[in-house]
Write a protein that binds this ligand. Structure first.
Ligand SMILES: NC(=O)c1ccc[n+]([C@@H]2O[C@H](COP(=O)([O-])OP(=O)(O)OC[C@H]3O[C@@H](n4cnc5c(N)ncnc54)[C@H](OP(=O)(O)O)[C@@H]3O)[C@@H](O)[C@H]2O)c1
Length: 355
């Protein structure tokens, strides 16, 4: 089967290629999914460049270890190269191992999330049956392919991490991203207002159309001045940053007393620098969010409840993301180049097999 793999970590895409490998077989409790579509997410680029590995090496639980692990339990080591890329997607369950749950999914269309070493950018993917999510036929394959990572992360950060309250303000960076637009749509459900940071007039238009209350083009406008005016000098209660660098520093200064900023991405690839007093004086806090490690701390009941809620919200179109282009598997490098081009209109997807 075709499998998109990375053979060596590097800043470019020269080590990403389509390989022919044996198709995997499902063990007991697992399903074998013929993948249809997968998006190119920023986290996939991290797995090509090795950003996660670099970050993990510095974690206290990896001190003195040759292979860093994603969590202190050491159950999820950083995969050895070469590995198959792809963090999520949609496909059809073609076969299964033993077990009632796995058998029940036979022939169904499911959304799956995973990642290297056995990523979703492969013709076939084997996953635990309990991690394959059947989706209603009303949802297009394109939207089904993007159903897990961004919707789950946005919903978890808002409802469980920030615990947003109705009537409050939230500021977010990269507001034109798929996740940023989900936050805007969820703001109408939760009843909070949004200040949306973008870096172009095209993104500003997209965000206004999505329903953003205030939009700031950071290339030409003064963030703190606009936040002060919008919030009548009080600042925002919540902030969500996925860019980092000086933009995140400025967002931190926009927080009100007792405000909370969650950092969940590193798009600028630059560290955030600030004085301790920026947190001390307004008694604010900053926390990190990484979906797999956050999920590992939640009870099965919490996860089931969230997934149930996500399905309900999906039927209202809350998580729809626009698609810029779908590439055949062979054109993966073109897909990666487009996905990393500033100003692209929507998500780039890979077609792993025909329906
Ligand atoms: N921590 C987690 O568990 C988790 C889970 C899901 C997503 N995320 C993160 O969420 C973020 C958004 O993901 P997505 O899939 O929604 O992204 P996306 O739809 O692929 O869009 C990326 C967006 O980021 C903007 N951008 C890229 N580099 C930027 C920079 N240096 N400064 C400002 N804006 C920049 C782009 O703006 P232009 O349109 O102007 O190019 C684009 O709007 C990513 O950082 C991703 O890693 C994290």
């Amino acid at each position: 089967m075709k499998s998109i793999q990375v053979s060596k970590l590097s800043s470019g895409f020269e080590n990403v290629s389509v390989q022919n490998v044996d198709a995997p077989n499902p063990a007991s409790g697992q399903v074998k999914v013929r993948m249809l579509l997968s998006p190119v997410n920023p986290s996939d680029i991290n797995f090509i460049r090795g950003d996660y590995r670099l970050a993990l090496q510095a974690m206290i639980w990896n001190v003195g270890r040759d292979t860093p692990s994603f969590s202190p339990t050491q159950l999820l080591p950083y995969p050895a190269l070469p590995y198959a890329l792809g963090g999520e997607g949609v496909g059809i369950v073609e076969s299964c191992g033993k077990g009632w749950l796995a058998k029940r999914l036979l022939g169904k269309r499911v959304a799956v999330a995973g990642g290297p070493p056995n990523g979703t950018w492969q013709e076939y993917c084997v996953v635990d049956a309990k991690k394959a999510l059947p989706l209603p036929p009303t949802l297009s394959d394109e939207q089904a392919a993007m159903f897990i990572v961004n919707p789950l992360s946005a919903y978890a950060m808002l409802s469980k991490v920030l615990k947003v309250k109705s009537g409050e303000w939230l500021i977010q960076s990269a507001a034109g991203s798929a996740l940023g637009q989900i936050v805007i749509r969820l703001s109408k459900v939760f009843g909070f207002r949004t200040i949306n940071l973008v870096r172009s007039t095209a993104s500003a238009e997209t965000v206004k159309m999505a329903g953003g209350d205030v939009v700031v083009d950071t290339t030409t406008e003064d963030i703190c001045g606009i936040v002060a005016r919008a919030t009548k000098g009080q600042g925002v209660r919540y902030a969500m940053d996925c860019v980092g660098g000086s933009l995140a520093t400025e967002m931190l200064r926009c927080l009100s007393i007792d405000g909370h900023m969650v950092v969940y991405g590193t798009l600028a690839n630059e560290p955030i620098s600030f004085s301790s007093r920026d947190l001390m004086m307004p008694v604010t806090r900053m926390s990190g969010f990484y979906t797999p490690n956050w999920l590992s701390q939640q009870s099965p009941l919490t996860i089931l409840t969230i997934l149930h809620r996500l399905k309900k919200l999906q039927s209202a179109g809350i998580f729809d993301a626009s698609v810029e282009r779908i590439f055949p598997v062979e054109d993966v490098v073109d897909a990666l180049n487009l996905a990393t081009t500033p100003g692209r209109g929507g998500k780039v997807l890979l077609r792993m097999s025909e329906r």
